[in-house]
Every structure is written in structure tokens, then in C-alpha cells.
Design a protein around this ligand. Structure first.
Ligand code: NDP
Length: 245
């Protein structure tokens, strides 16, 4: 574990399952203080209880990243309690897959609201205090879908390409706040269990069951970027199953 002088206050969105949960566990075990946010607070409470019982430092807050007020409260509460936010991991995301012609407009908007607007809300909430302190680290979980478009994933890919563009813009404008994009390939999580065209989701689930890497592999990539000294900014990591085409 890191010495207490290097302990960071790390906020993680979408920490109730999958990659966010794994990241919270990984960074807490590394000695950082983690603040878990998501809507399923029962899940968050039991993860925090488990981490605390293991002697780690963790807390949780109810969070809906589509609501700017909720994101500001998530960050504002951490700033009040700890005086700073060192790292924000913008991880919350949804992936209801379907062909465009199915016109599942509500799900398109949900992906834009969670995957893109949610990241913007996170940036807006942490950037002022990070700028004031002259340090900080904003991590976004994008996807291999931010590098390549596939059928049934056009809107999802559009949101993830946008997140990469946003992170690159933020990096260019920033000389003190670090910016990292971690882009996973197929990863074991609950991402494919919610929404989308039933047949398409089932096919994606079948691939994931066959080839997905554990969420801890992505958490370790995030942990690597977080562990670098302040002057070293790891801008992008792609981590996917070896067999993924
Ligand atoms: P999960 O479904 O397991 O986790 C998604 C998390 O996002 C949950 O904690 C969920 O919590 C949270 N979330 C969803 N909507 C909201 C919201 N409105 N406000 C706050 N939190 C929300 O999937 P993953 O762990 O796989 O997903 C994490 C990230 O990884 C996503 O951005 C996803 O796009 C990305 N990714 C995943 C890949 C994979 O193969 N699994 C591959 C590439 C990228 P709750 O419902 O409790 O709010």
C-alpha cells in the first residue's frame, strides 16, 4: 500500500458493479481513500462495508451522473469532507445495443446522457478545485468502441469516440491536471444485462462469456495511471482480451 502521505482521494462513478467496483477495490487495497457513486446504493453500501472490514478507507454516495446537481453534490461532499479530490474516475456507462433502424431513441438518449453528458458533468464538478490546487487527475473509461465502429453499436461508439475527443481536448488545455482514457475490450460485468435489442444483447453476451477479461484487469490499468508521479500523464491505455479481433 502507498504511504499515507501519498494516499489519494479517488471518486469513482458507476462503482456498484463491474469495472467501477473492481477499480474501487483495487485502489482501496492500494491504500487510497475511495468514494463510490452509483444509483444502486444498497450495492455500494455492501462493497464499502466489505472494504472497511478489510481495513481499507471507503465511503459511498448516491449518484446519478445524468443529473448535474447530483454530480456536484457527489464532488462537493468529498471536497467538504476531505478538502480535495485527487482523482475522478468517470466510469459510469450503459450499452443498450440495437441497429439504428430500430429507432430506439430513448436508449440513444440514455447513452448520450450517461456516457457523454455524465462525463462532462464530472469534469465540470471537479475541474475548478483541481485548477485551484494546480493538480488533479481525471480518468475516463472509454472502450475499444472508441476506436472502431461496429453494427448495432453506432450510438454507443459515438459516445465513446466523443469521450476520447473530450479527454484529448481537456489534456491539450491542461498543464497541471492529468487526463487518462482507459479503453477496455470485452470485460466481465453487468453491462450487457440492461436494455437493447434482446437478440443483439444475447449475441454480445455470448461473446463476452467466451472471451471477456476480468474487470480487475481494467482496474489494474487505471491503477497504473493513477500511480504515476504528478509530472507523468498516461494518456491512453487499451486493454482487451488477447483473442478479441
Ligand atoms: P456495469 O453495468 O457492470 O457497470 C456500469 C456502472 O454504471 C454501474 O455501476 C451502474 O450503476 C453505473 N451507472 C449506470 N447509469 C448510471 C447513472 N445514470 N448514474 C450513475 N451511475 C450509473 O458495466 P461495466 O463495468 O462494464 O461498465 C463500466 C464502464 O466500462 C462503462 O462506461 C462501459 O461503457 C465501459 N466499458 C465496458 C466494457 C465491457 O465489455 N464490460 C468494454 C468497454 C467499455 P447503477 O446502475 O447502480 O447506477
Amino acid at each position: 500500500a502507498v504511504p499515507s502521505t501519498e494516499r489519494k482521494v479517488v471518486l469513482i462513478t458507476g462503482a456498484s458493479s463491474g469495472i467501477g467496483e473492481a477499480t474501487a477495490r483495487h485502489l482501496a487495497a492500494a491504500g487510497h481513500h475511495v468514494v463510490l457513486g452509483a444509483r444502486r446504493t444498497g450495492r455500494l453500501a455492501s462493497i464499502v462495508e466489505e472494504l472497511s472490514a478489510a481495513g481499507h478507507s471507503a465511503e459511498h454516495t448516491d449518484l446519478d451522473v445524468t443529473d448535474p446537481g447530483s454530480v456536484h453534490a457527489f464532488v462537493g461532499g468529498a471536497l467538504r469532507r476531505h478538502g480535495r479530490v485527487d482523482v475522478l474516475v468517470n466510469n459510469a456507462g450503459v450499452m443498450p445495443l440495437s441497429p439504428l433502424a430500430a429507432l430506439r431513441v430513448d436508449e440513444w438518449n440514455q447513452m448520450i446522457d450517461v456516457n457523454l453528458r455524465g462525463v462532462l458533468h464530472g469534469i465540470a464538478a471537479v475541474l475548478p478545485s483541481m485548477r485551484d490546487r494546480g493538480s488533479g487527475h481525471i480518468v475516463a473509461v472509454a472502450s475499444t468502441a472508441a476506436h472502431r465502429v461496429d453494427p448495432t453499436a453506432a450510438v454507443y461508439c459515438a459516445t465513446k469516440y466523443a469521450v476520447r475527443a473530450l479527454a484529448e481536448g481537456l489534456r491539450q488545455e491542461s498543464t497541471d491536471v492529468r487526463v487518462t482514457v482507459v479503453s477496455p475490450g470485452f470485460t466481465r460485468s453487468e453491462l450487457m444485462d440492461r436494455g437493447g435489442d434482446a437478440e443483439v444483447q444475447q449475441a454480445a453476451r455470448a461473446v463476452a462469456e467466451r472471451i471477456a477479461i476480468p474487470a480487475s484487469a481494467v482496474a489494474e490499468a487505471i491503477g497504473y495511471a493513477v500511480a504515476q508521479p504528478a509530472g507523468v500523464d498516461v494518456n491512453e491505455i487499451v486493454v482487451r482480451p488477447t483473442v478479441q479481433g
